[in-house]
Structure formats: C-alpha cells, structure tokens
Write a protein that binds this ligand. Structure first.
Ligand code: GLY
Length: 377
C-alpha cells in the first residue's frame, strides 16, 4: 500500500468530473498502487509514452504496474510538436480500437505536453470518451498542460486548433522525473510557473524571488512546493470556468505575445513555449505599466525574476532575424482567441492581480514591441 505522507494532493473540483493531482518525488514507482483504486473491476491500463519518457522511466513504470497486478499494454510515440497531428491521432485511435479499449478501460498518457494533449484527445473521441490518466514528465506539463482537460492536436494552419475539453481521472506529478529533463526544458517550464504568481498570487511570486537561485530539479522539496502551488492556482481557475467562457482566459497571461513569437520563430528550437511565455509576460507587464494599470516596479520585478532564473526577457535576445513590430501585430490578430477582430490581452493591475481585456491601443502595443526588439531595452 502507498502511504500518502509524502504525497501532496490538489483537487480539481468539477462536480462529477472532479479529480486529484498527486505530487511528490518518486511517484512513478508507486503508480500501480496509486491508480489501482480507479481501475475498479478492470485492472488493466493502456499506456502511451513518448520516446523520452520511455527511455528513462518505462522500466520503473512496468515494474510498478506488475507489482500491483495491473495488466498493461504500452505503445511508444515520437516526442515533439509534429506528433500532435491528424496522422498520429488516427494511428493512436485505431491502435486503441485494435487493443479493444472500451469504456471501462483506462488510457494513461506518460510524457510531455504533446503526449498528454494527443492521448487526451484520442481518449476524448474513442467511443465518445474513455477514462484517461496523465503522468506528465516535463515541468511545463506538470504545472500546466496536464491539468484542466484541454486536449487536442495542431492543424497545418495553427497550433491546437482541433480539440476537446476532456478531464483526466487523475494526474500524477513525479517531481523526480524533472531530473531527466534537458536543463533548457526545465527553465522553459518556469515561464508558466512565474505566470501563476503574476496572475493571482503575489506571495508565490515573492517565494519564487526568494528561492530563484535554489530552484533546481535536484531540490525535490522545492519542486513539490512549486508544482503544488502552480497546480492549486490552475485548479481553482479551471474549477470556476472549465470551458474558458470567461475567467480561465486569465491563464493566457503573456500568451498573446508568446504565440506570435512562436509563429515568427517557426515553432522551432529557437524559442521554446515557456521561453516565449516569459518574454510575453514581460511584454504584458510593460504594456500594463504603459497603459497606467501597474507600477513600473511590477514590470521591473517580473523581468528581474526571469533574469535570475536565466531566462530571456526581451525579443532581441532571441537568436536570429526577427521581423518588425508591425508583422508581430499582424500575427497577434491571427491568434485563435481574437474575438470580432479584437485581440484579447491579459494585463495586470499589479503582481498577483491580472485581468483580461480587448480594450488595448495597438499603437501602445507597437511601442512596447519596438522597445523589446531594441537591444537598448
Ligand atoms: N494553458 C491554459 C489553459 O489550460 O487554459
């Protein structure tokens, strides 16, 4: 039996779709015991792992499932954004059908955000919805994409344009998995972590400032605290607006800018998602200050925190050619959250106090972008 002493639990409260997020170090070796109560009469799980997770954690996972007498079937898929495609979706869904996965079965996504999104979507559409569990292996997936039920794939026209809301039955965040992440991927995840402090928890922002130099995957204690607080904030927001009709949009702080910057850099290694979010948060705070909503110090502290986490804070720090501000604004207009032609921005009245608006003067946006494009910034 698993003792839950070293396991932190966050609950996503969504009535009959409520579920728990377990957070702790070494949970992969306890997965069998953790998921067994959910499987009920059907002690079988179908796991889809990405190649990175399979290389590092497959053996531990298989041993844990076997020790709990859970029948297992697995498949490994390639890591990387191109996996979130119609082709892979079809392959996975047909494979699940061939494996006779039915309503009482449980599918487990073990890997980064791409794996969670793809497998979650396959689970949403297979037999109009089967149960799935998320075991996120990257920091970005642990603090963001595995929580809240957004699933989907990319269209050739844009990212995440095809998808469904389908909540998992359980999320298991093993912070020891972060030790096997490339350092740059770990730092990129911190972009989303800092975002939570800015949107709704100044105390957490201050905690991050104090602990910035110590935040390393080797510090499982700090990782557990950090992942737990991030998941708690996200869980509260999702519980109040599951389908992003209003309040959930606040989670997109920095993302209007970030998505445009990712498009400009071709969704490539030039700029990882969390890196784009960090720059986007700095731009959003600068814009909030220029529009008179927050103090200069709020922007300066945001920038200083990202810098102390060794992250880029301005567009000119991205390697290679960048377009002019006007072109970035054109891309902002193509964001999927544009409503009646108006881009939506998340701005802040101060640290811990963000809000959503479409009342933004694009001349001011252009000035903020120009400042960030300039090395004098
Ligand atoms: N990543 C933003 C959301 O889940 O709503």
């Amino acid at each position: 039996m698993v003792t839950e002493a070293n396991i932190q639990t966050v609950e996503v409260k969504l009535a009959e779709r409520s579920y728990k997020i377990f957070i702790g170090g070494g949970l992969t070796s306890k997965i069998g015991d953790l998921i067994s109560p959910l499987l009920g009469v059907r002690q079988r799980v179908v796991t889809i792992l990405d190649q990175g997770a399979a290389n590092s954690h497959r053996e531990t996972l298989c041993q844990s499932l076997a020790a709990a007498n859970i029948e297992q079937v697995e498949r490994v898929i390639p890591a990387g954004e191109t996996t979130k495609s119609w082709h892979q979706l079809q392959t996975i869904v047909e494979w699940l059908i061939e494996r006779k996965v039915e309503r009482l079965d449980t599918v487990m996504a073990f890997g980064g955000g791409v794996t969670g999104d793809l497998v979650g979507f396959a689970s949403a559409i297979l037999r109009r919805g089967v149960n799935y569990i998320q075991v996120p292996s990257t920091l970005l997936a642990q603090v963001d994409s595995s929580v809240g039920g957004k699933t989907g794939i990319n269209s050739p026209i844009g990212k995440n344009l095809i998808g469904a809301f389908h909540q998992p039955k359980l999320v298991i965040c093993d912070v020891h998995l972060l030790k096997t992440l490339p350092h740059r991927d770990f730092l990129s995840g911190l972009g989303e972590v800092v975002k939570y402090g800015i949107i709704s928890d100044k105390e957490f922002f201050v905690w991050l400032e104090k602990n910035a130099a110590r935040l390393s995957p080797e510090r499982a204690d700090l990782m557990s605290q950090m992942v737990q607080r991030s998941c708690q904030i996200k869980a509260e927001i999702v519980a109040s607006d599951e389908k992003e009709r209003s309040g959930r949009a606040i989670l997109n702080l920095g993302h209007t800018f970030a998505h445009a910057l990712e498009a400009v850099t071709g969704y490539s290694d030039r700029l990882l998602h969390g890196e784009a979010v960090a720059i986007g948060c700095c731009l959003a705070l600068k814009l909030s200050h220029e529009m008179g909503f927050c103090q200069r110090d709020d922007w300066a502290r945001t920038r200083a925190l990202f810098r102390s986490l060794q992250m880029k804070t301005a567009i000119h720090e991205i390697g290679g050619e960048m377009p002019r501000a006007g072109e970035i604004i054109d891309l902002i207009h193509q964001d999927k959250k544009v409503t009646l032609g108006q881009p939506r921005f998340v701005l802040a009245r101060g640290l811990g106090d963000a809000f959503v608006t479409d009342q933004v003067d694009l001349v001011q946006v252009q000035e903020v972008l120009e400042g960030s494009l300039s090395a004098a910034h």
